[in-house]
Design a protein around this ligand. Structure first.
Ligand code: ZN
Length: 238
């Protein structure tokens, strides 16, 4: 005879990328262990891997491979799961406020935020289809956790690898060129031959895509106050 099985409530939320409805359960002690381990590492890569693992455990009947989900979808799901598991309150500390006469400012000002207020929306100008010339364009896809965890030789290569990872296809007025039909060198060469303006258009895709963020006001008893936009999981859960 086995021990009685404990059932858990099920909640739903919409994926910021597609609006698709996803079901999830709160996280349990086994997932809290994963989280504690990641938090003790204080490393944003570890945090995003832990979030991916926890989301993968807690979502029910996800139609996609977790590896293909955009980072902001995973962050959004993680925050929703955290709200239902621990509660919506999260205490953040702002350090580095320049006020030498106030000890509290120097120690860091705390602010308790309601995670229900976190938003994850794209900017209005956002478009995954980028027209480079009148005839040639790129269709982009969103970065996944994997897009950030690669062994690029240097910073410039990292930027190229990151962009290439997020290219879905290139097109002109005649056909669509699938990324996997081309060698890495050919893709590097394609990027090398863009002008500043065209590269800016690509960077604008990343700058305007959805992002989990919240404006937080930090206020000290001495009157000092500062508003900071908190973005990314590692800044919410330090
Ligand atoms: Zn102060």
């Amino acid at each position: 005879m086995g021990l009685p099985k404990i059932t858990h409530p099920i909640f739903t939320t919409k994926l910021p990328s597609s609006g698709e409805i996803v079901r999830y359960r709160p996280f349990l002690v086994k997932e809290e262990k994963i989280l504690l381990l990641a938090l003790s590492g204080r490393d944003s890569d570890e945090m995003s891997l832990a979030a991916k693992q926890i989301v993968n455990n807690c979502v029910i009947d996800l139609k996609h491979d977790i590896e293909t989900l955009p980072v902001f979808d995973i962050e959004w799901l993680f925050i929703q799961i955290r709200i239902k598991s621990v509660g919506p309150d999260c205490t953040l500390v702002l350090t580095g406020l320049q006020n030498e006469s106030c000890d509290k400012c120097q120690l860091g000002i705390k602010s308790t935020v309601d995670l229900n207020l976190v938003e994850c929306k794209k900017e209005e100008s956002h478009n995954p289809k980028i027209e480079l010339t009148e005839k040639i364009g790129i269709k982009m896809k969103y970065p996944t956790v994997q897009s950030f965890n690669r062994d690029s030789a240097n910073v410039a290569d990292f930027l190229y690898d990151y962009i290439i990872d997020c290219i879905e296809c290139v097109y002109d007025d005649e056909k669509i060129y699938e990324k996997h039909d081309f060698k890495k060198e050919e893709l590097y060469d394609f990027l090398d031959n863009l002008n500043r303006d065209q590269l800016d258009k690509i960077q604008n895709f990343f700058a305007t895509m959805p992002e989990c963020k919240l404006d937080v006001v930090f206020k000290c008893e001495c009157g000092n106050s500062e508003t900071k936009t908190i973005r990314g999981l590692s800044s919410f859960f330090e």
